[in-house]
Design a binder for this molecule. Structure first.
Ligand code: ATP
Length: 269
């Protein structure tokens, strides 16, 4: 099987079933899964498979999770790097890291490359303070030239995540690069309920736990915040030696988190 060709660490078992809500984003990404699973279908009819997909949305809304789900659904390897890592590298290292990343993916195609926090290197070049950061610019240029260099038959799709699409260099968004955007929003009430249920799956809860009530008490929570809330509730329960999590644990966890947020905003102001 294909699993033998690439490292264990590149295999992903995440599926769309692990992503609660985000129906619109999933609908758009099902198409990307098909590009990876049946590239020949597109090549035969003379269509060019898109190379770049930008996932846009606030922190913790599941952008990384969705990218991994595309990889899991298509059963193709996942090659990833966080763009902020490049900022810590010596001059020249970023570009060569990009080269190896793309080389590995091409060797194992069909494959996905995922670049998290693309805005940290993908900001408009030569703009503002610190414009002309050599390392950043070289790394960005390398990403652009790798994407331009894909031949039409290579089914490597580059997915990138950002919460600041407004600061991106327009060169990144040109046709043939990240010309597809998938928007991911904070979850609504129903979606919060669904996300809570995903993270409650393997946890012992009393029958009194009211998921709808918890969802109503968590406006503006992201998926990551909700996951954290469920874990905090479990910690609260275990701390007082309970074997099941009940509503009071969720309320205490919520208090703790909201208090933490208030303290955080106090230190900012
Ligand atoms: P960031 O921009 O901060 O990197 P992100 O948008 O990439 O965040 P993830 O890292 O994918 O977010 O989300 C963090 C965690 O939150 C996920 O691993 C998952 O456990 C949980 N989560 C987020 N969104 C969802 C969702 N829609 N359904 C289920 N779990 C979710």
């Amino acid at each position: 099987s294909r699993a033998k060709k690439y490292g264990k660490e590149n295999r992903v078992s995440t599926t769309f079933g692990d992503v609660a809500g985000q129906e619109e984003a999933k609908r758009e990404l099902v198409e990307v899964v098909d590009f990876l699973k049946n590239p020949q279908k597109y090549v035969n009819i003379g269509a060019e498979i898109p190379k770049g997909v930008l996932l846009v949305g606030p922190p913790g809304t599941g952008k990384t999770l969705l990218a991994r789900a595309v990889s899991g659904e298509a059963d193709v390897p996942f090659f990833t790097v966080s763009a902020s890592e490049f900022m810590e590298m010596f001059v020249g290292v970023g570009a060569s890291r990009v080269r190896t990343l793309f080389e590995d993916a091409r060797k194992n195609a069909p494959a996905i490359i995922f670049i998290d926090e693309i805005d940290s290197i993908g900001r408009k070049r030569g703009a503002g303070i610190g414009g002309g950061h050599d390392e950043r610019e070289q790394t960005l240029n390398q990403i652009l030239s790798e994407m331009d260099g894909f031949d039409k038959q290579t089914s490597v799709i580059v997915m990138a995540a950002t919460n600041r699409p407004d600061v991106l260099d327009p060169a990144l968004l040109r046709p043939g690069r990240f010309d597809r955007q998938v928007t991911i929003d904070l979850p609504n009430l129903k979606e919060r309920e669904a996300i809570l249920k995903v993270h409650m799956r393997n946890k012992p809860l009393t029958s009194g736990v009211d998921v709808d009530e918890i969802a109503k008490s968590t406006p503006y929570f992201s998926g990551a915040d909700l996951k954290n809330l469920v874990n905090e509730a479990a910690l609260e329960a275990a701390r007082i030696n309970k074997v099941q999590i009940d509503m009071s644990d969720f309320y205490r966890a919520l208090d703790k988190i909201t208090l933490g947020l208030e303290n955080a905003s106090l230190t900012i102001t």
